[in-house]
Design a protein around this ligand. Sequence first.
Ligand SMILES: Cc1cc2nc3c(=O)[nH]c(=O)nc-3n(C[C@H](O)[C@H](O)[C@H](O)COP(=O)(O)OP(=O)(O)OC[C@H]3O[C@@H](n4cnc5c(N)ncnc54)[C@H](O)[C@@H]3O)c2cc1C
Length: 477
Amino acid sequence: MSDYPLIIIGGGLSGLAAGIRFARFGQKVLILEKHSKPGGLNSYYTRQGRLFETGLHAITNYAGPEEKHAPLNRLFRQLKLSRQQFPIHQQLCSEVVFPGRASLSFSNSFDRLLEEIRDKFPRAIDRFLQLVMEIKELDAFRPQPRMPTRARLLAALDDELLVELLLCPLMFYGASEEHDMDFTQFAIMFRAIFLEGMFRPAGTIKDFLELLISQYKTFGGELRLRAPVLEIMQVSEQNGRRVHGVRLASGEVVTCDVLLSTIGHPETLALIPAPPNGATENTAALAGRVSFIESIALLPRAACGHIRNDRTIIFYNLAEKFFYGRPEEAVDLASGVICFPDNFQGLPTTDTIQIRVTHLANYDLWKKTADKQEAYRQLKEEWIKRSRQTVGKIIGNYPENVVYEDSFTPLTIERFTARSQGAVYGSPRKIKDGRTPYENLFIAGTDQGFLGIVGSMLSGVSIVNQCILQGQDSTRN
Ligand SMILES: Cc1cc2nc3c(=O)[nH]c(=O)nc-3n(C[C@H](O)[C@H](O)[C@H](O)COP(=O)(O)OP(=O)(O)OC[C@H]3O[C@@H](n4cnc5c(N)ncnc54)[C@H](O)[C@@H]3O)c2cc1C
C-alpha cells in the first residue's frame, strides 16, 4: 500500500490549491516543497524589517463577489474559502504607452478600453467588438491546433499599431513563447486582464499564503518544506507506464497512488530516469526562453512629486515594432513594465512609494556570470542604472535618495523556483489536459496553460477534479 493517495511536487500557488481541493474530501495528501517558504514564483522575503513580495504586481481575473460564475469566485468556492476572508483593492487604471505614437488606458471597467479604442482607433472599433465576441465564445481549454495570434489579430483588426498595443501587456503578463502567442493563450490573457481586470489583496502575499496553508492543514493536508524531490520513480506495468513515488534529496522514498507535479513539464520529465529502451523526450528543447530582470525601488514620497504616479501599471514600448523574446543584450530596455504597487483603490498613503520595473532579459548572457560574483554584481548594477534612465524618460527621473533597492535576474528566478532558464511562464508547449505518458502522473500550474496567480490555482483545482477525483461526486461547487 502507498504512503499517500496523492503527492504534490511544489508548494507554489497551484500546488497549494490542488492540495486544499484534494484534502477537502478527507483524503491524505502530501505537498513537497524544496524551499524553506511556500509560494514559488509568488513568494516574499524581508529586508531591513520590511516585507517585499517577489512576484506580485497585480492579480488578474478580478470579479466582484456577486459574479458567481467568475473564475475568482469559482476558485474560492472550490477551496471552501469565503471572499470575506480575502479583502481586495482594485487597480486604479493601467496603460499601454508607445511614446510619441499611441497609448491605451484600461481599468476594471471594460468600457474604458472600448472608449479608448473608439476614440483613438475609430475605424477599428466594430472589428474590435467582433473580436471580443469571438474571444468570449472560445473554449480556450479544448485541445486544438495552435493558431498564431499576430496574424489573426491583423486579419481581424486591420491595424498593426492597435495589434501591438493589445499584445504588449498580454505578452508581458503571460506569453511563454517568443514573438507570438497561441490564440487560445491570448484569449485566456485577454479575459484575465482586459475583460476581468486586476487587483491586489489587502494584506501581503504572505497573508494570502498563510490563509491557504491554514485551510490546507485544517483539512488534514501535510506540507514538508526543504524537501526537494530528486527523482520520480517509475514502474513498468503491462497495462501502461506508471510512477509509484518520489525520492527526496535526503534519500527517503515516499510512495503514492497518484503524483501531481507543479514544477513545470520539462522539469518534471527531467526527474524521471530514462527507461532502458524507451523513447525519451528532449526536455531541454521543451524549456521556455522568456525570462526577465526586475528591480524594486523604494523612494521617499515627498521627493516624487514630479513622477507620473497616477497609474497602477504602465506597459511601455519604445521600439518601432514591439519585440517580445530573448534579447541580444543582457536586458532589453526598449520595452518594460512599470508597476506602482501602492496605486490600488483604497490603500492608505505611505511615506514611501514603491516602483517595480521589469524588462526582458537574456538568460544565456546572465548565466555566463554565474560563477563570477563580481562580474554578476557589476552587470546587474550597470543594467539597473540604465533601466532607471530609460524609465525616467517615461515617468520622470527617480530621485537619487532611494531608501531601498533590490533586483533579481533570470538566474535568481531559476535558483528560487527551479524553472529551467528562469522561464517565468514555463514551456511554450502547454499540456492542456494535464496528462503525461505516465497514467498516474499529472501536470498542473503554469505548464498546463492557465496563467498568473488565479490561473495557476484554478489549474491545480481543475486537474484534481478532472484527473484525480474523477468518479467521485466532488465537482459540485
Ligand atoms: C517576477 C514575477 C512576477 C509575477 N507577477 C505576477 C503578478 O503580478 N500577478 C500574477 O497573477 N502572477 C504573477 N506572476 C506569475 C505567478 O507568480 C505564477 O503564475 C504562479 O505563481 C505560478 O504558480 P505555480 O504553482 O504554477 O508555479 P511555481 O510558483 O513555480 O511553484 C512551483 C514550486 O515548486 C517548487 N519546486 C521546484 N522544483 C522542485 C522539486 N524538485 N522538489 C520540490 N519542490 C520543487 C518550487 O520551489 C516552487 O515553490 C509573476 C511571476 C514572476 C516570476
